[in-house]
Design a protein around this ligand. Sequence first.
Ligand code: PHE
Length: 338
Amino acid sequence: MISQLNSLKEKLSSLKPPSNEKELDETRLKYLGKKGEITLLSQEMRNLSKEDKPVAGKLLGEIRNSLETVLKNSKENFKREKIEKEIESEFFDSSLPGLQPKFGTRHPITTTMDEVVDIFSGIGFQVEEGPEAETDYYNFEALNFPAEHPARDMQDTFHLRGLPLLLRTHTSPVQVRAMQKYKPPLSVIAPGKVFRCDADVTHSPMFHQLEGFTIDKAITFGDLKGTLNLFIHKLYGPATKTRFRPSFFPFTEPSAEMDVSCVICKGKGCRVCKQTGWLEILGCGMIHPNVLKASDINPDEWGGFAFGMGIERIAMLKYGIGDIRHFFENDLRFLGQF
Ligand code: PHE
């Protein structure tokens, strides 16, 4: 028994400490488990002689203590290693600079609209707004489009089911609303959303227009041209040329469309202006006497000019954007460029 204990002591003194939790459990079982070597030896103690007992007991105690110390130390090592690993993987460097929050940018349509509004405000136009859900009267009737007038076909209208309303197809109804609200002389611009049942590379079912008109005594087509030329020179630069082509709108007579020399190729001819050197930019004309009459303004005493432009078109030319749909897709890669 004593020699057995001595050789066990020898063996344990060269025991390699367990390298993981599993080995630790195995070692404990092997020596200290129910059938472990140390447990079995301590059960045999009672068979020893009186003289041998204290010697063996002392030896056994030493063996058990030193093994338990090894096991306890290993267990603590594993625990500490585990915590260290956790701290390392969750490492937080409080000295790192914080993440920059992403800043939004203004939408190019908003920027363009503001620029156009600023130019006209600067020469005395006041800003008016009207409803997007409009009556037939303001959108058509009062603008000299009687029921069944073929010119109503020029504007593919969204009607609101079950309501005597439609989505305004242009900002021209604000002309009538402003004329009813104020007395001439009067210079008004009306920015806002308009709606037409149309969608492709250059058309969107919702887009933005800016309407403008002046009513005063002795207004001529020259006043219209002067105002619009000034506007275009401020917007696209003083070298931009303009030209007026006859056109038709029921609410202006005579009516015209204004072209500007291509802002992309400076009039030389390119893909955007379809090699013509010119770009159509807005509709305009002298306010029709019937429109003045509908708002109780005497056409023998007062005259006026009006114009209306699409803001998306102006922005597309300003920024060289080829597809109107980019404005409405809310792709941050697109919007972040402005
Ligand atoms: N309302 C017309 C359109 O949407 C534009 C226009 C406005 C034309 C004012 C003449 C005068 O096409």
